[in-house]
Ligand binder design. Sequence first.
Ligand code: NAD
Length: 97
Amino acid sequence: MTYRVAVNGFGRIGRDYLRCVLERGLFDDGVDVVAVNDVWDAATLTHLLRYDSAFGRLNHEVETVDGGIVVNGRHIDLSRLSDFCDCGKPGRRGDVT
Ligand SMILES: NC(=O)c1ccc[n+]([C@@H]2O[C@H](COP(=O)([O-])OP(=O)(O)OC[C@H]3O[C@@H](n4cnc5c(N)ncnc54)[C@H](O)[C@@H]3O)[C@@H](O)[C@H]2O)c1
């Protein structure tokens, strides 16, 4: 079974979660991170995901495309909602937030 995951707050914990999913090979096997919500813009969040002063450069392709974040060719929807629970789009939130 694949879990569709939305990450609310893409700071230290949110980014480390995605990094952990990627580095354990779960991104292609069981954990599909479909959405990120944060108050920052896509370019800033992409930069912070790619370059990490504690863990080093991410060993995966990451870029900003159409206002979202593309990791290893897969688009992660980005929203900038202050209250993610009110986004009104259950699909965007995935199975787990
Ligand atoms: N890092 C830890 O070791 C630790 C331990 C226990 C608890 N916490 C708590 O967990 C939470 C996250 O910690 P962190 O270290 O990732 O913090 P962080 O400051 O690195 O990241 C928080 C992120 O949330 C974003 N944000 C702020 N308001 C938001 C909103 N309304 N909606 C969506 N995103 C929003 C910020 O832009 C930032 O990217 C905090 O509440 C923190 O107190 C952290």
